[in-house]
Ligand binder design. Sequence first.
Ligand code: OFO
Length: 168
Amino acid sequence: MQLSKDLIQNLNEQLNRELYAQYFYLVIASYFFEKDLDGFGEFFLKQSQEEGEHAMRLFHYLMEKGAPFHPLPLEIPPKNYESPLSCFQTAREYEEKISLSYYNLLKKARDLGEFDVEEFLWWYIREQREEEALMETWIARLSHAGNDPAALLLLDKEARKLAKASDS
Ligand code: OFO
């Protein structure tokens, strides 16, 4: 069954949001590398890579459905952050925004009786839940660490471990 023009546009917009997330996390990774917090840098590189994969999943779905890909402009992500904590807070805010956009799209697909699209979108809903929880965990850890540099270095080490573990 062919997708409606409207849904094709919405899926392309989601793809653009995922590409933005990829770009955004690359910028945050650079913030950490430039501060010699390479563990967090690796963590955000990994997140960036995953966002690129999410975009590809949408791309392949459009192709599978015989729907066109619409290139859309990418915004420039912010680069100046006050602290490691504010990086994670900004990332969490973005993830919440993305979750909301998936909820709205899923509702629309359901209302239109586009069950194939709905089924496709559930994967993203679950992924968003995991990502929001992940950002939340790091926000809590960094809040506990406060201004203690030793605690921050310990967390940086943990972040590196996590990035490496999700590689294997
Ligand atoms: Fe693509 O998972 Fe978040 O944004």
